[in-house]
Unconditional design. Sequence first.
Length: 330
Amino acid sequence: MILTGCVNVNGEQAVEEATPKAIPPISISRGINLGNWLEAPEPGDWGVMIEPRHFSAIREAGFDSVRIPVRFSAHASAHPPYTLDPIFMDIVDEAIQQGLQNGLYVILDFHHYEEIMQAPQEQAERFLAIWRQLAERYHEADDNLYFELLNEPHGRMDDGCWNDLLAKAIGEIRVSNPERWIIVGGVDFNHIDALDEIVLLEDERIIATFHFYEPFKFSHQGASWVENAAQWSGVQWTGSEEEKQAIETVLDEATQWSRLHGMPWLMGEFGVIAKADETSRQRWSAFMADQARQRGIAWIYWDICGEFQVMDCGTGKWDQSLLGALMGGR
Ligand code: BGC
């Protein structure tokens, strides 16, 4: 384990244990990310506005959960006590309520905290203060509200920093929410391999998450936020044995990890940009959802109406073929 500047309090606990453990069951099985909405700098900046009608459509389509990415860092003061903006928080309250009222599990995800990726130690106090406020605000909310600590740690947020910070954040949350499910992923943008470096805590209500976009040149072809992605236009996913095997191997590893540690796990993001050819996109999505289902991995598709969209949020129309591909096993 490489440490660059952050204290790793419990590093030695990361050593693997040998005996498989019972995995506590979780109720989430298939969901959708409400991406590009509350994690844009301001809601609406990235062209997505989610309304009550979308929540009922999500439920009717057969999803059981929504992940709501929120850029809390853009709505909290820069100085202690780092107060969250009450007007913005009304929008978050309403989003959570809409999800819960529609019978959906709701994952509240702290997304796009770019400053902490560059300066983990300087931002740690602010991160913890924001979680303290969120935990207090929602401590009486339905159990079907789950918290996700931080989307895709990367940059200077290495294993050492992250293990230190996640333990402290969970400590803050547990003061007011002793039983709530908390979702935690590894560094390197929630890469599956980074799960091995997470220091496991004595806490029965933690779910491990990973994100999966492989082959990346296929899923992210033409993505404006990824360097050189314009050159990948036209990359297909044909569903050859080799392509399938590459995915199955990784998912098998995830399954092993979960069994070894007795921790439920979740594929919190996966998807293909809408610029990819339709057939490849459906084929990959159907295969992924099916492979996850076979291994009992809960999944959350990225995303509803953003660049990986499965719905046109304006008209409320689903891409029925892609939806069908995801829901194949229903
Ligand atoms: C990022 C989004 C991005 C998506 C696919 C998410 O974790 O936050 O901005 O669109 O991954 O790359």
